[in-house]
Write a new protein. Sequence first.
Length: 276
Amino acid sequence: ECATAFGCLVSDMWLGEFDYVSPEAFHSIFGKRYPAFSKRTQHDAQEFLICVLDDFHEAFKEVRAQLCRERRSPAAGASTRSSRGTSGTSVITRLFEGQLSYSIRCLTCKALSDRPESFTVLSLPIPSTGMCSLQDCLECFFQPDTLTRNNQIHCYWCGGNQDATIEASITKAPQIIIFHLKRFAWQDKYRRKLSTTVCYPFSDLDLSPYISTSCHSNTEYSLCAVVNHAGDLDYGHYTAFCKHSVTKHWYSFDDAQVTKIPDSAVQADTAYLLFY
């Protein structure tokens, strides 16, 4: 139901008959399914995005499973081959899902283990309060760390809790990778918004330093959209910059104001989500 409403919304947008299109119908249906987003109060765009992608994945996965059942039916003259293994995939996973591998080494017996983890949005720490680059955020996320004290691992080989090192790498790079800049962080026991200027490239973003040698996916990406957040923890306003897939021009979406903007305006201090 949510996916159908979103499809209607996208169709109205691409028809080009209106100066702008309101997502009221989609918001209403989505709010009924997820009451937390039904109230007209501030919500986190990253949490909303993950919820939308998860919902669409389930909807499209069900459609795919139904098609597989129909193709296997005797009336359709279909193959009896099982659809197991494909039922967990959808257009959402094919476009947005990547996989990380966490290499964990016990510092006592030196045993090495790998822990895989799927992702659709990669949340990056912001290592500076003044100015930094997206590359700085990536290096901070992927830098090796040591697990000690309360963060020790339980080593299967040692049979007890031990200190360990952990390092992440990308073993499957998605076609579209989404970065969430963690602007809301704890500082001095208070949760605050970081207004750090994060400089991000428009093209030739090379992720090869963070990708496992076993991964043969494309490692270079170009920016296609930005979600901005202006304001603070209690009150804010979301806008978006999107690149037209045909004309390659950038547009700003600010409620009912849709305007063409120069490339230079896409680099913003309010960037919160980056789509590559």
